[in-house]
Structure formats: C-alpha cells, structure tokens
Design a protein around this ligand. Structure first.
Ligand SMILES: NC(=O)C1=CN([C@@H]2O[C@H](COP(=O)(O)OP(=O)(O)OC[C@H]3O[C@@H](n4cnc5c(N)ncnc54)[C@H](OP(=O)(O)O)[C@@H]3O)[C@@H](O)[C@H]2O)C=CC1
Ligand SMILES: O=C(O)C(=O)CO
Length: 310
C-alpha cells in the first residue's frame, strides 16, 4: 500500500467511518477541498457526487472508488472498469432504513396525518370523506425490484401489515424469493393489479421511465405510487398528469430526476404528492453501517499489492 494514501470523501459520512479511514490514510473532505480528488486521491468515496469519464481520465493516482450506498448510477462504471479501477458499494447496509421510509410514505399517503394536522392547526377538520383512509392490507401491494430493499419492504408488508404482495424481479433466484410474496412474470402484471406500488429498481437504461404514461394508464384508477429508488425511473411529468386527473390517487417520492427538485416542479402542484429530499438511507444506524462497510472495503482494496506498471 502507498504510505498513507490520500482518501477523498466528497460528502458527509459517519464520524466513525471517517476515523477508521484516518487510521490508514490522509482523509480530505467532505467539502470543496475534496472536489479536487482527481488530482490527488488514491481513493475517493462518494454519496451523490458524480464520477465522470473526464474526472477518471485525470485521476492518475486513483486505485478505488467507494460508493457510500447501493446505486452506482451517478458513477461512470464503464469508464472506471476500462481504467481498471474497481467501484465498490455498500449495498444492503441501508436497506432497512429505506424500507422504513417507504412504509412511512405509504402510510402517510393512506392516512394523511400531515393534511389532518394542517387542517387542525387552521381550526378546521377535513371533510368526512377525506377522513377515510385505507389499511395497507386492503390494497394489493406491488413491488418492482426485489433486491435488499424490495425484500425488506416485502417483509414489513407481509409480516407487519398482513398485506397481499405481488413483486417482479427477473433475476432473483427462487431460493431467495421470500415466502408469501407472489412472483409476477411481467412488470405489466404488477402494474395492472397494484393498489399501491413500491419502486426498488436500480436506475439503468432499461429501467429509465419504466413508470411512464402507458404504465400509469395500466394501473388501477385510484392507486398509489411510492418511489424510494431513483427519480429517473419515473416520468415525473406523466406522474404529475396522472395525479392531476385523479387516475393516481397520490404519490410519494424520496428521489427526483434533478435533486434537489425545483420548488416549481409540477409534482408539487399536481394534487396529493409527498416529497422527501433523498433521506432513505439517512438514519443513525444506516449511516453508521454504510460508512463502516465502505470504509473497510476501500481500505482492503488499498492494501492489495499494486501491479507493477511499465
Ligand atoms: N432513497 C435512497 O436513499 C436510496 C435509494 N436506493 C436505490 O434503490 C435501488 C435498489 O437498492 P437495493 O435494493 O439496495 O439494490 P439491490 O441491487 O439489492 O436490488 C435491486 C434489485 O432490482 C433488480 N432489478 C434490476 N433490474 C430490474 C428490472 N428491470 N426489473 C426488476 N428488477 C430489476 C436487481 O436484480 P439484479 O441484481 O439481478 O440486477 C436487484 O434484485 C438502488 O439501486 C438505488 O438506486 C438505494 C439506497 C438508498
Ligand atoms: O444507497 C444509495 O444508492 C442511496 O441513494 C443512498 O444515498
């Protein structure tokens, strides 16, 4: 290993993870000084910050990229692979935190405590019809993507709420498929039957705008959508229109195509929509697990002997 490698951390991570990294290297960041990582870093750890081909071309000392979390869509993984730089993740460490938020958003859509609270503070009550919500178990739940987070959501829905769950994930082996979750053969099967739909797919070219005008039209009238995956999976304009015309009764999203979203975003004036600022993994326990795992993975990679280059 290079004697005390330079490790740039572009965004805030758990202090215990920073302390672990500092045991073996010179840690720079978070903050503007870490933005210069291509010029100086043997390792870079990113949360949402992009890693582009252009940055990688300048990063002659770089040995490893650590993604603090699961989704690598902001990193040019192909360019990193071509340069022989591994992209390591901490996938799974924030699954329980994201699943909690997904259920929280679902319950908020179904019972609207925020709307009731606002009405009470204004000395009013919502109209009798608006005071009637849904139990999670009275709606068919659908999940797209049964990775660590999708499975954690399914576990909560089935065992915590007694809900009927239907899910789609083409690759997950039958041995990992959770009990009491029906396996759908197609995305359309999930869309056409879901009263509440949870998105837990990675953002890939083939999953971009999976939820588009056609998909919303397939969903039952009056259904709900919860997106804790990536903004780009949903055509946000089509969702805003589907909410505005009442076909989708409400939606919640922790993620947006552009973050933070413009306050003038069509979703904020579409009707029943709840937004959160990409906080799915941000719990005390989740951040500690994610920070510690990515720190250990990056350190292990830095300790590997380097191939001698000509
Ligand atoms: N809001 C937040 O703060 C957070 C958001 N995320 C987002 O959630 C996503 C999922 O995270 P996580 O569950 O940990 O990741 P995983 O990789 O464990 O799960 C993703 C699952 O989706 C499957 N999948 C891939 N393509 C498709 C498809 N076309 N249709 C259905 N399923 C598909 C994957 O299969 P396979 O493995 O075979 O590709 C995998 O089983 C992340 O990619 C990230 O974008 C993650 C953490 C926090
Ligand atoms: O883990 C991820 O991919 C996240 O979005 C958490 O920030």
């Amino acid at each position: 290993m290079v004697d005390r490698p330079t490790i740039c951390v572009t965004e805030h991570i758990h202090p215990d993870a920073m302390a672990r990294l500092a045991e073996i290297g010179n840690v720079i960041g978070p903050g503007p000084e870490a933005d210069d990582w291509p010029a100086r870093a043997e390792a870079v750890i990113v949360r949402s910050a992009p890693v582009s081909q252009e940055q990688l071309q300048r990063a002659v000392r770089l040995r490893v990229i650590g993604k603090h979390g699961a989704g690598t869509d902001t990193i040019d993984v192909q360019a990193a692979n071509a340069a022989g730089i591994p992209v390591l993740t901490a996938a799974g460490t924030n699954a329980e935190s994201v699943a909690d938020l997904a259920i929280c958003l679902a319950l908020n859509l179904l019972r609207a405590p925020d709307l009731h609270d606002a009405a009470l503070r204004g000395g009013r009550m919502l109209a009798p019809r608006q005071r009637i919500g849904f139990e999670l178990s009275e709606l068919q739940a659908g999940i797209l993507g049964m990775g660590a987070i999708g499975r954690a959501v399914a576990q909560r829905l089935v065992h915590g709420f007694g809900a009927q769950v239907l899910a789609y994930d083409p690759m997950l082996p039958a041995s990992d498929w959770p009990e009491r979750v029906e396996r759908a053969e197609t995305v359309d099967d999930v869309l056409s039957r879901s009263g509440i739909l949870f998105l837990h797919l990675p953002l890939l070219p083939e999953t971009t705008h999976v939820l588009n005008e056609r998909a919303f039209a397939l969903m039952p009238r009056g259904s709900f959508v919860v997106n804790c995956a990536r903004g780009g999976i949903v055509d946000e304009v089509a969702l805003a229109e589907a909410i505005a015309d009442g076909h989708i009764a409400g939606a919640a999203s922790d993620v947006f195509e552009a973050e933070p979203p413009d306050p003038q975003h069509a979703l904020f004036s579409a009707g029943r929509f709840i937004g959160t600022p990409h906080i799915g993994g941000s719990t005390e326990a989740g951040l500690k697990r994610t920070g510690m795992l990515i720190a250990e993975r990056v350190i292990s990679e830095l300790k590997k002997p380097r191939e001698i280059e000509d």
